[in-house]
Design a protein around this ligand. Structure first.
Ligand code: ADP
Ligand code: UVW
Ligand code: MG
Length: 736
């Protein structure tokens, strides 16, 4: 019969064959057995490519074996709770009756990845079964074809689909899963008296769920030895893992309030460990929300399975232990977001990075890298103008929607969001954003008009949408709190300076902190003996004199307007210039908002100046490679101002300079600018190696100094997002 295939095949369950994806599937090619083939006129349903979500086998391993292609499903509760699957033809329905009226009593079962040694462990989730037989009724237009209790085995076409299905069955979304070798407790010890590994369950896929109504987290595993499911509420356990043993990937979860568990097992040290974000209390919490009561249980031990093929930071053990940090760097022309897996006291491991650049010169460009894979490369965004907050929304969605980034499958998976806040006023260290800190920061908006209010917009979005995470403010100004008084003071009335907090604050400090650390490591020199002249050259550009690893002077001042010119910023000019530029510059600009008050004078100098005013483009890459006279003028002007600061800082550091460091979008990418600068400062003993300078940046720090140079010239791929995540992972006050 046309379009119908008799399909008797050996089950692909437990085999290492890839999941079937019938790309030639069309509604009328739905494979059923001859006996179930409808004989009346068919009305095919359009199930869309690939045409079906899952398959199920009926009469398996008999002559009548039939594969049914399943389309969309509904979980209905009327009469008995069941899944109703639409199949390929109108009138063809497969009903899967669930054994309990209570959603959370259903436990979809997936095999541990050991059962498919050569496959991708994630793909195990495509194959779903249950530990008990369920009733399956299959009706075609010709009538009832199957109605019996069977071992239900679904084979899904995508992992997403399987996850969605499992969530619908349980009323709890499947958040993540972990293959474990053994789970044990104080009553069911890991090994029996003969030393055999027993515990509660062995070779399990432990699953983590989030209740759709309460948002509480639960984990489940199958206690094979007792032949029953165990489901525990995460909140019932302490956030501090005990008896942790990284070598064997073991840890112990202590029941909250239970007497301290015995330390007779495991080889771990007993100290405070960081816990994954799920172990932090959410929305209050008590055990009355379902799941098994921990009762007499004092602890649960878990040993995770080793998965050598997992990317760094993403194996099951690490996913369970680590906290996910999102680092948000909202610059004047870009928003960059990096995702880290982090443990307290350890350097964060980057999992992904997404950024939207060119916000001030639409169309903005989206790039997304996961691990070492470039997932999205220079995608032009359609929207004409995107605010920093809009851009953040797009980036967050990109991360959450990426099925291959299971660490963030839901916004709740993010434990910490650290925000780059350019102006931090008098704060000299990063802060947890409380309502009080937020109010202080709002008061600083006018002092960084291209930055602070945009960043606070993102903070607001996180407070609203990522209610499970802590928001941390990392300030660009905090690195500069060491600038000595004679450098940070302006020669103005001291009382007014004091009351209006008028002094040099300095910015790009997160970047300078990263540069200092990275350069010290590269040069093999202790940070507190390191003297640098560092240049962060991006849409906003600045220079910094670093003495003994600390900021000694920097070119930006009370606001990020002072010092070097930027894409749209004038940098330092005669302060009275603006009064001759236009009349009435003291009035508020029409661009002012409730959150941000900006005068015409500030608007002219911040947004209508810089190399864009001279050339018409914000892109310094074009300027550096053009011979057009206005472009050349802008290039020479920028080189001149940079060299001015280098000369000044060279003297300020009394000639004791270990290296000149280029960083930021321009500093890292423009070999032409680096050549022009180093050429002009050769009188100070700097020299360039042309070949090294022309090479693409491959390491965090690259040496481009020429032979006979008195001090080094380095290029540093600065990473403000990493620096923020590192600060959070090292500071007990910031860590949950
Ligand atoms: N190949 C290049 N050569 C010189 N400059 C470049 C090049 N590519 C990008 N840029 C400059 O880098 C700037 C972005 O720097 P970046 O530090 O990433 O920005 P932001 O200041 O927004 O943080 C762009 O505005 C552009 O002028
Ligand atoms: C402070 C500053 O100007 O930052 P950015 O270069 O990221 O705009
Ligand atoms: Mg920047």
């Amino acid at each position: 019969m046309a379009g119908l295939r008799h399909s008797v095949s050996s089950s692909s369950f437990n085999s290492s064959a890839p999941a079937p994806r019938d790309l030639t599937f069309t509604p009328s090619s739905a494979a059923t057995s001859q006996t179930s083939a409808p004989t009346t006129a068919l009305v095919p349903l359009d199930l869309g490519p690939p045409g079906y979500n899952a398959t199920i086998k009926l009469y398996e391993r008999t002559a009548n074996e039939t594969t049914v292609f399943l389309g969309p499903w509904d979980v209905v509760s009327a009469e008995s709770r069941r899944v109703v699957w639409r199949c390929s033809y109108a009138g063809e329905v497969l009903e899967h009756f669930l054994p309990s009226e209570y959603a959370a009593d259903i436990f979809p079962y997936t095999l541990h990845s050991q059962h498919r040694r050569f496959g991708d462990p994630r793909e195990m989730e495509l194959y779903l079964t249950f530990r008990e037989h369920h009733r399956v009724r299959y009706t075609t237009v010709d009538g009832l074809f199957h109605d019996d209790y069977i071992e239900v085995k679904y084979e899904f076409t995508t992992i997403d689909c399987s996850m969605q299905f499992q969530g619908d069955l349980r009323g709890r979304d499947l958040v993540d899963w972990y293959d474990i070798d053994v789970a044990w407790s104080d009553t069911h010890r890991r090994t029996d008296s003969y030393g055999n590994v027993r515990g509660l369950g062995t070779i399990q896929r432990m699953k983590l769920w989030r209740d759709r109504y309460s948002n509480f987290h639960y984990f489940t595993f199958y206690a094979n030895y007792r032949r029953r499911w165990k489901e525990y509420m995460v909140h019932d356990f302490d956030a501090d893992f005990r008896q942790r043993d990284d070598r064997h990937r073991r840890l112990q979860l202590n029941v909250r309030g239970a007497r301290r568990a015995s330390a007779s097992e495991g080889h771990g040290r007993d100290r405070r460990f960081s816990a994954s974000s799920i172990f932090r209390p959410r929305n209050g919490g008590s055990s009355s929300h379902g799941g098994e009561s921990t009762g007499e249980l004092r602890y649960l031990g878990i040993q995770f399975t080793r998965n050598d093929r997992a990317e760094p930071g993403s194996d099951d053990y690490r996913r369970f232990i680590d906290l996910i940090i999102l680092s948000v760097n909202a610059g004047s022309s870009s928003v960059k977001v990096s995702v880290y897996s982090a443990e307290y006291g350890q350097p964060p491991v980057q999992l992904a990075e997404a950024q939207i650049s060119g916000l001030t010169a639409p169309p903005a460009i989206l790039d997304y890298t996961r691990g070492s894979e470039k997932v999205i490369k220079a995608d032009k965004m359609n929207d004409k103008t995107l605010s920093q907050r809009d851009a953040f929304g797009v980036l967050l969605k990109t991360l959450v929607d990426d099925a291959d980034l299971p660490q963030i499958s839901h916004k709740d998976d993010i434990g910490i969001v650290c925000h780059r806040i350019v102006h931090g006023g008098d704060y000299n260290k990063s802060q947890l954003i409380s309502p009080d800190t937020y109010r202080v920061l709002e008061g600083l908006n006018d002092l960084a008009p291209l930055h602070n209010s945009n960043s606070l917009g993102i903070v607001q979005a996180c407070i609203r949408d990522l209610s499970g995470s802590r928001n941390i403010a990392c300030f660009d100004s905090q690195f500069h709190s060491t600038i000595p008084p004679h450098i940070r003071t302006y020669p103005i009335n001291p009382d007014i300076a004091q009351s209006n907090k008028l002094r040099k604050y300095g910015f790009h400090g997160i970047s300078y902190s990263f540069i200092t650390r990275a350069s010290a490591k590269f040069l093999g020199k202790s940070k507190d003996k390191l003297n640098l002249i560092a240049l962060h050259l991006g849409s906003g550009a600045s220079a910094c004199a670093i003495k003994g690893g600390k900021s000694w002077d920097t070119s930006m001042g009370l606001t990020p307007l002072a010092g070097l010119p930027g894409a749209t910023r004038s940098g330092s000019v005669d302060p009275s210039l603006v009064f001759h530029y236009a009349s009435d510059v003291g009035r508020l600009s029409p661009a002012s908002t409730k959150e941000l008050h900006i005068s015409r004078a500030e608007e002219i100098l911040n947004k209508e100046a810089g190399w864009k005013a001279l050339t018409g483009t914000t892109n310094f890459g074009i300027i550096a490679t053009s011979n057009d006279p206005p472009m050349k003028l802008a290039f020479d002007l920028v080189v001149d101002r940079i060299c001015g600061f280098i000369g000044s800082y060279y003297v300020s550091l009394r000639g004791e300079v270990d290296a000149l460091v280029f960083a930021g979008g321009i500093g890292e990418k423009s070999d032409k600018l680096r050549r022009a600068v180093v050429d002009q400062i050769s009188c100070l003993g700097f020299a360039l190696d042309e070949d090294a300078n022309a090479k693409k940046l491959e390491d965090v720090v690259q040496d481009i100094s020429g032979a006979g140079a008195k001090q080094k010239v380095l290029v540093c791929a600065t990473d403000e997002q990493f620096e923020m995540a590192r600060v959070c992972a090292e500071d007990q006050d910031l860590w949950p």
